[in-house]
Design a binder for this molecule. Structure first.
Ligand SMILES: Cc1cc2nc3c(=O)[nH]c(=O)nc-3n(C[C@H](O)[C@H](O)[C@H](O)COP(=O)(O)OP(=O)(O)OC[C@H]3O[C@@H](n4cnc5c(N)ncnc54)[C@H](O)[C@@H]3O)c2cc1C
Ligand SMILES: NC(=O)c1ccc[n+]([C@@H]2O[C@H](COP(=O)([O-])OP(=O)(O)OC[C@H]3O[C@@H](n4cnc5c(N)ncnc54)[C@H](OP(=O)(O)O)[C@@H]3O)[C@@H](O)[C@H]2O)c1
Length: 777
């Protein structure tokens, strides 16, 4: 029977699988590709599921109705997107929407654009405020800051920059200035807005609302307040303007954020005494390191290196090249590593503390008339307290309580609510670096979705991704606003990739290619066979059983049986009329500690993952040599970066890679040999590991199965077969790290495992008990 006829037969008889019960990946054993395989929850980056929050309904796209001068704001209406706020975020949002051809109106309650960089009663700015992010790291991508400006421009220049940007890109005329959005009520079609502008109150409608109202307006005071009563005066950093007003007074500055650093520094030259209350230690980073603005040292690697690697590197650099302080008092030492807090930058405070010009105190315990008592039992006479305790995010105009506490909103990409596609947020985030590139990226996302150029994933996929990100944020930043945290470089990279048009292989990239795929019934196998077929290939699957919904011919085969393999490969070659590509995908995983003698599980993994692939390849080599074909081995990131308690898997996959290398040396003149290294892809194969209490969730970042499939397609279609392929950019970095700095890679894994043990993650895992005991648990 030839391939075409067999395909017809398969399609026609798919319901007649003799034993449908055996079709699940767990029953096939071989059908699941390693412990790092995919599950249905993992959605591809740009896939839209039924019910997905899709693009704007037809209608809104198109040129905005022109206002006076031909480029005015136009009117409101159901097809119009309204952006609330004319700070950096709102300006970026309006610009991106204009550029995407989406009708947009901005409303800003102040008489001018620029948000908090305006020096005004309702802004957090003060006269001495400067950027603490450097020029090239702060600017929008298409609008440089003048070269003659200093590395860290002052507030007035920043305001000039933002307003110049808005003017240059036709944003200013899209705004209704002096107009406050008082309330926004969700209607079936969009929004009913109540505005308060120069002409009085008005009601308008809008199709979509972009909330860009900033979150540094409402002072956050200790809640509950510290006990006792204070007879001195007090204020919040929000109202601080100049240090002169505190001349000759004993001032207590509370907090260790950037407001506290700036204000304490300015007061040191004016006040009688400056006390700084730090309830915990934080890293205070210098603005310059190694002769450059310190935020420029990260380079492009920051986008791909795991933050723990960057943390280790940053701490080493700070130790070696950080500022040398004179002997004297110090700020309290941080308990957490660098990069695990919002960055506090100051060249001045550590030095002023060392000189005794700023006196450090711990947290406040209570007030007593003019005295402030601290947690270490000391007390000081204080005339004035400046609370530099930060700001509270609020979206007071949203009716219906959608955002009672916006700092706890679970949003997709920190922009899109999971249950309302008529609402987006821009700027509701706390960036590890500058805010401007982040709001620019968020604005582009909103514009791409509103214009229909980009489709969001389905709600379930968005929720899963947001929950996962939140977990990662908690692991890094703890409970301090985890919902709002953004690692700037990684976020920008994610958005860039998401908005990049997909680089898809041509529709006939595998046209006529004869492919044998092992483990074809598993999660990887199904995804691969579907894609290969779509790209024009003829595929025969080898697996224990044929699933009843298989779209390709199957040759049932136990890959651990040499006789069965020889016969199955011969049968597949006969069906296809030869073999151009063999994909060794079958594999199994499961916990197997290295310290225990190798038992059945270990042998089973070695039998299938290594010897099964070896034997299948050997049987296929004559066919591949004839066709000058290729062989692809699906190894695993664990072949390079092993994890404890999964020794059989790491060993078998590393051995598989070693086998591939040996094979290449022998047959590489005629056959292309590629090893692919996927990381964790969700699938039922992790169930046995999870059941043993050893989930990989906190160790490996899940990746979509599409990346693995794309890597195999790339291996099959590249002009020359690549030697090794990672399935994600992060995978490339991890692979390089494991190869070139294996000691560091080990340390990172060890540290993660130790943290998980300390967190009690292995408490219910008997297999981990000896390791937990050795860690003192
Ligand atoms: C003191 C300080 C210093 C900072 N320094 C830096 C720095 O050096 N580098 C950096 O990258 N980031 C810095 N930031 C972060 C800063 O938040 C961002 O740089 C950015 O300017 C924030 O822009 P935004 O548009 O989100 O908010 P904002 O600038 O606060 O703008 C929000 C706007 O919305 C308007 N608005 C609010 N509610 C309504 C309503 N109901 N109707 C109409 N209009 C409304 C407000 O009037 C305001 O103009 C700093 C923040 C503060 C507080
Ligand atoms: N460009 C600049 O130079 C500049 C200047 C000023 C501000 N900013 C930016 O403006 C934003 C706000 O900064 P911020 O410094 O005002 O606020 P912040 O970063 O939120 O810092 C608040 C500080 O107050 C402390 N705190 C909070 N509640 C407290 C309480 N009840 N008792 C004692 N301490 C308490 C916090 O301690 P915990 O950490 O322990 O909670 C933290 O040290 C940030 O994005 C910042 O980078 C930038």
């Amino acid at each position: 029977m030839d391939y075409e006829r067999l395909c017809d037969g398969v399609m026609g008889t798919s319901a007649s699988n003799p034993d449908p019960e055996k079709t699940g990946p767990e029953t096939t054993g071989q059908g699941t590709a390693g412990p790092e395989t995919a599950g249905p929850e993992t959605a591809g980056p740009a896939t839209a599921e039924p019910g997905a929050a899709g693009p704007a309904p037809a209608g809104p796209v198109g040129p905005a109705p022109a206002g006076p001068g031909g480029f005015g704001p136009g009117g409101f209406g159901p097809g119009v997107t309204v952006v609330v706020g004319g700070g950096a975020a709102g300006i970026a949002a309006v610009k991106a929407l204009v550029e995407a051809g989406v009708p947009v109106v901005g409303v800003e309650r102040a008489p001018a654009l620029g948000g908090l960089w305006r020096l005004d009663d309702d802004t957090a700015a003060y006269e001495g405020l400067r950027l603490n992010t450097s020029k090239p790291r702060t600017r929008f991508s298409d609008h440089p800051m003048p070269p003659e400006w200093p590395d860290y421009p002052d507030r007035a220049r920043m305001l000039e920059y933002l307003q110049g940007y808005a003017d240059r890109f036709g944003v200013t005329e899209r705004f209704r200035l002096g107009t406050t959005l008082v309330s926004a009520r969700r209607t079936g079609a969009g929004w009913e807005l109540e505005l308060d502008g120069p002409g009085g109150r008005s009601r308008e409608t809008a199709g979509h609302l972009v909330v860009a109202n900033g979150h540094n307006h409402i002072p956050r005071h200790p809640d509950p307040p510290y006990p006792g009563s204070f007879t001195g005066t007090q204020s919040h950093a929000h109202t601080y303007r100049t240090p002169g007003e505190f001349a000759g007074r004993r001032v207590l500055v509370v907090g260790t954020g950037n407001s506290a650093m700036d204000i304490a520094t300015e007061l040191a030259d004016h006040a009688d005494t400056v006390l700084l209350s730090a309830r915990r230690g934080v890293w205070v980073l210098p603005k310059r390191l190694l002769g450059r603005p310190s935020d420029q040292l990260n380079g492009a690697l920051a986008a791909v290196l795991p933050w723990r690697v960057r943390q280790a590197v940053s701490q080493a650099v700070l130790r070696l090249a950080g500022p040398r302080l004179p002997a004297g008092p110090r700020l309290p030492a941080p308990r957490r590593g660098v990069l695990q807090d919002h960055p506090t930058l100051s060249d001045t405070v550590p030095a002023l503390v060392a000189q005794g010009r700023i006196l450090v105190r711990p947290g406040i315990s209570r007030f007593e008339e003019g005295r402030v008592h601290f947690t270490d039992g000391t007390a000081d006479e204080v005339d004035h307290v400046v609370w530099c305790t930060g700001y509270r995010a609020a979206v007071p105009f949203l009716e219906g309580g959608e955002a009672d506490d916006p700092s706890r909103l679970l949003l997709h990409r920190h922009v899109f609510p999971l249950d309302d596609d008529a609402l987006s947020y821009v700027g509701l985030m706390q960036s590890t670096g500058s805010a401007l590139p982040v709001v620019e990226a968020q604005a582009r996302l909103v514009a791409a979705v509103r214009s229909g150029a980009h489709r969001l994933p389905g709600r379930d996929a968005m929720r899963a991704a947001a929950v996962e990100e939140l977990g990662a944020a908690r692991a890094r930043w703890g409970d301090r606003r985890p919902h709002m945290r953004i690692d700037v470089d990684q976020y920008l990279r994610t958005v860039r990739r998401e908005l990049r048009p997909p680089r898809t292989p041509g529709p006939h990239a595998l046209s006529g290619r004869r492919i044998v795929l092992t483990g074809a019934a598993g999660t990887f196998g199904r995804a691969m066979s579907a894609r290969f077929t779509e790209l024009g290939a003829h595929v025969v699957g080898l697996d224990l059983v044929r699933p009843d919904d298989a779209g390709i011919p199957f040759v049932p085969c136990d890959l651990t049986s040499p006789e069965a393999v020889d016969a199955a490969v011969a049968e597949a070659a006969a069906l296809l009329g030869g073999i151009d590509l063999l994909v060794n995908n079958a594999g199994r995983g499961g916990p197997a500690p290295a310290e225990l003698p190798p038992g059945e599980e270990v042998r089973a993994q070695l039998e299938l993952n290594l010897l099964g692939a070896w034997h299948t390849t050997a049987a296929a080599v004559p066919h591949l040599e004839r066709s000058r074909g290729r062989v692809v081995f699906i190894a695993s990131r664990m072949a390079l970066l092993p994890l404890p308690l999964a020794a059989a898997y790491g060993v078998s996959k590393r051995a598989l890679a070693a086998y591939a290398d040996a094979l290449r040396l022998e047959v590489g003149t005629h056959i292309g040999v590629t090893t692919v290294y996927p990381s964790m892809v969700r699938s039922p194969i992790h169930d046995s590991t999870r059941r043993a209490g050893l989930s990989l969730d906190a160790v490996s970042r899940p990746e979509p199965v599409e990346g693995v499939v794309a890597a195999v397609v790339a291996a099959a279609t590249a002009r020359r077969a690549p030697r090794d392929l990672a399935t994600t950019a992060r995978g490339r970095v991890e692979t390089a790290l494991a190869r070139h700095a294996p000691g560091l890679a080990d340390r990172l894994v060890r540290r993660t495992v130790a943290a998980r043990i300390a967190a009690g993650d292995f408490a219910d895992a008997p297999m981990a008990a000896p390791m937990v005991r050795r860690h003192g648990g």
